[in-house]
Design a protein around this ligand. Structure first.
Ligand code: HEC
Ligand code: HEC
Length: 270
C-alpha cells in the first residue's frame, strides 16, 4: 500500500493519467466522429446535386436535354464528369451562345464557383467521369519544369506552339493561347479534351506528367511580376540583359580604372 501511494505522488503520475485520458477521448472521438462526418458530407452532396439540377434546367437543358441525354443542339453530358463541367463553365465556354461559329470560345464566366460546383455535382450524378482535380494534383509542389517542357513539346506544341502562345488549326478552328489559364483548367483540359483537342487520360500522361506540364507553362507564361532571380530588366531577354551587364559591368571597370589612376597619381605626388 505504502509503495502504491508513494508512486501515486510521483510528479510524473499526473502527466501519465492526463495522457491516458487524452488517448481514451481521442480514440472514442475517432470511433464516433467519422460516421457523423460521412453523413454530413452525404447530405451536403445531395443538396448540391439538387441545386445543380435546378441551375441546369434553366441554363443548360435547352441544348443538352432535360436529363443530360443531349439534343441536336448539344452533346450528351452523361459520363463527361465534374471536370468537364468545371472546365467548360469555369472558362465561360458554357453556356454556349445559340449561334455558334467554328468553335465555342472562352467568354466571361456566367456562374459563381459555388454554382459551377453544383452543376458539376449534378452532371457527375448522371454518370461517372473525371473529378475536379485538387490543388495537390495541379499545384507546383514536386513538379519538374524541365520534364514538363519535354512533355509539352512532344504532346501539345504541334497545336499550341512551343511556349503555349496558341495557333490556328484547319476550318477556322484554333488552339488558344495558354497564357494566364488557371492551372486547374489546364489540368481539366488535358483530362477531358475539349472540342478538337485530344484528351490525355492518366494512362497517356500520368498525374505527375500533367503537374510537370502545368509547372512548365507557368514558368514560360507566368505572371510578369514574378521573375525568378530578382529584377526583370524589362523582360526583353538577352538584349536588355546583355545591355545591363554591359553598362553596369563597364561602369564598374571604369570606376576601378579611375580609382587606380587616382591612387597612382597621388602616390607619385607624395
Ligand atoms: C446553346 C446551346 C448550349 C447551351 C445553352 C449549353 N451548352 Fe454545353 N455544349 C453545347 C455544345 C454545342 C457543346 C459541344 C461543343 C463542341 O464540342 O464542339 C457543348 C459542350 C458541353 C460540355 C463538354 C462535353 C464534353 O464532351 O466534354 C459540357 C460539360 C457542357 N457543354 C456543359 C454545359 C452546361 C453545364 C451548360 C449550362 C450552364 C451548358 N453546357 C449550356 C451547347 C450548349
Ligand atoms: C490537336 C491539337 C491539340 C493538341 C495536341 C493539344 N491541344 Fe489543347 N486545345 C486545342 C484546341 C482546339 C483547344 C480549344 C478547345 C475549346 O475551346 O474548347 C484547346 C484548348 C486547350 C486549353 C484551354 C485553354 C483556354 O483558353 O481555356 C488548354 C489549357 C489546353 N488546350 C492545354 C493543352 C495541353 C497541356 C496539351 C498537351 C498535353 C494540349 N492542349 C494539346 C488543341 C490541342
Amino acid at each position: 500500500m505504502k509503495k502504491l501511494s508513494a508512486r501515486r505522488r510521483h510528479p510524473l503520475a499526473a502527466v501519465v493519467v492526463l495522457l491516458l485520458a487524452l488517448a481514451a477521448t481521442g480514440g472514442l472521438y475517432a470511433f464516433v466522429a467519422p460516421t457523423g462526418k460521412a453523413q454530413a458530407d452525404e447530405t451536403a452532396q445531395s443538396l448540391a446535386i439538387d441545386e445543380g439540377k435546378k441551375l441546369y434546367a434553366v441554363g443548360c437543358a435547352s441544348c443538352h436535354g432535360t436529363g443530360g441525354q443531349g439534343t441536336s443542339d448539344g452533346p450528351s453530358l452523361v459520363g463527361v464528369g465534374a471536370a468537364a463541367v468545371d472546365f467548360q463553365v469555369g472558362t465561360g465556354r458554357m453556356p454556349a451562345a445559340t449561334s455558334q461559329g467554328a468553335q465555342v470560345p472562352r467568354k466571361d464566366v456566367v456562374y459563381t464557383q459555388a454554382e459551377i460546383d453544383q452543376l458539376a455535382a449534378y452532371i457527375a450524378s448522371l454518370g461517372a467521369g473525371p473529378n475536379i482535380p485538387t490543388e495537390a494534383e495541379y499545384g507546383p509542389e514536386g513538379a519538374d519544369i524541365a520534364k514538363g517542357g519535354d512533355l509539352f513539346r512532344t504532346n501539345c506544341a504541334q497545336c499550341h506552339n512551343f511556349t503555349g502562345k496558341g495557333g490556328a488549326l484547319t476550318h477556322g478552328k484554333y488552339a488558344p493561347s495558354l497564357e494566364g489559364v488557371d492551372p486547374k483548367h489546364i489540368y481539366e483540359a488535358m483530362q477531358t479534351g475539349p472540342q478538337n483537342m485530344p484528351s490525355f487520360p492518366d494512362t497517356i500522361l500520368s498525374e505527375q506528367n500533367k503537374k510537370d506540364i502545368i509547372a512548365y507553362l507557368d514558368a514560360v507564361n507566368g505572371d510578369d511580376t514574378e521573375s525568378p532571380g530578382g529584377l526583370e530588366l524589362g523582360g526583353l531577354g538577352p538584349v536588355s540583359e546583355g545591355l545591363f551587364a554591359w553598362v553596369f559591368g563597364l561602369g564598374a571597370l571604369i570606376a576601378v580604372a579611375v580609382w587606380v589612376a587616382a591612387r597612382t597619381a597621388k602616390a607619385k605626388k607624395s
